[in-house]
Design a protein around this ligand. Sequence first.
Ligand SMILES: Cc1cc2nc3c(=O)[nH]c(=O)nc-3n(C[C@H](O)[C@H](O)[C@H](O)COP(=O)(O)OP(=O)(O)OC[C@H]3O[C@@H](n4cnc5c(N)ncnc54)[C@H](O)[C@@H]3O)c2cc1C
Length: 403
Amino acid sequence: MSNESESTYDVVVIGGGIQGAGVAQAAQAAGYSTLILEKTDWAAGTSSKSSKLIHGGLRYLQSGELSLVQEGLQERALLLKNAPELVHSNWFYLPIYTHSQHHSWQIYSGLTLYWMLSGCQDGAKFEVVPKTQWNELAGLETKNLQKVYRYHDAQTDDAKLTAAVVQSAVSLGAKISCPANFINAEKTEDGYRVCYENSQETEGNHSTAHQSISCRFLVNAGGPWINQIVSTISPPPRSIDIDLVQGTHLILDKKISDQCFYLESPADGRAVFVLPWYDKTLLGTTETLFEGNPEDAAPTEQERQYLLDVLASYFPDYTGKVCGEMAGLRVLPSGRQKHYQRSREVRLITDQPSQPHYVGVYGGKLTGYRATAEKVVKVIESTLGSSENWIDTKTLPLILPTA
Ligand SMILES: Cc1cc2nc3c(=O)[nH]c(=O)nc-3n(C[C@H](O)[C@H](O)[C@H](O)COP(=O)(O)OP(=O)(O)OC[C@H]3O[C@@H](n4cnc5c(N)ncnc54)[C@H](O)[C@@H]3O)c2cc1C
């Protein structure tokens, strides 16, 4: 799909995952002529391999990331309103056993805080599931079970959500090019000269065409490829050291429940979700340090076993079989802390402290893509100035993509 016709843009975005799609939508909505380049397909990277939750992230309360949780909950409310075909609310069941890491009062406090951070939304209340209803919980293990809470969060189809945001950007006037592989960029006096390659398949013949364009502002939303992209830019803009942390999900052929389960791995106490996924079950996720080319991310045998062990300990009678799997890569700042203790806040790194012409988008959540894009547009505005004809992305509906 390619419909670019100009050779100069205000903004060029590299990467058609949720972050790049969000930035393209927000930049075009802010009045900047925008082109987005994606080398494989929309959401081909991490954005089709997430847990598909639109949430504040109950577990981030533990690491004190209150502003991240609050932002996620605000974005959840917006997405439930603006994208009803793509995002739906669901019950999440959280069982507490005698051996669980957290006591009932801690979960109660966490859920209360989660509800308060959501602005005490009516639809976000939580409750205790009476013991008389435990036998209706899809075969959940009840031995040593002490209490079950349930609370509201939301689910989506991450790839469709990304495609819907791209579609919204296009409807505002953004140009798209996919497949378009960004090759390199060179700093000019007032922006960047960008080279990329389009590939086409016509009647069995494969052809590639080199394109060269200029932009006043370059956005690197390359996800796990972000620092590979940095290394092709001349001079290389500032960057941060990152770790890529793989998260695997398994797809099981029988749906366990229409509702979601938030479980604690008996092996290491990490959170693992059991989620309805169309007529199947999605089970995940893991955190495994990944080294190598992001293209090569793939579930390991150890990850499969870890997830199946969690499933077997909570749903011992479940008979479904693994029918699919996927591995996505989180971009986390390098550090000594354990992966799950590292901040999930997005980091925006510019090529220079003032009047930047480049920004790299490091990390962040699927849920917070719109809020992140708003922050990126503020950075762009600081150099390019603001337009009077901007549209607030909070008001834009997202429609189920047609293809
Ligand atoms: C296992 C896992 C579970 C998660 N679960 C959740 C969740 O439930 N809820 C939530 O809110 N968040 C979740 N996240 C976080 C969320 O999925 C990611 O933050 C988000 O998808 C990252 O999007 P991105 O656009 O930055 O990266 P990506 O989706 O990886 O997009 C980068 C894109 O850049 C393209 N690209 C790379 N190089 C080039 C090039 N040279 N030229 C052109 N294009 C290029 C790639 O093809 C790719 O499409 C999860 C993350 C992981 C890993």
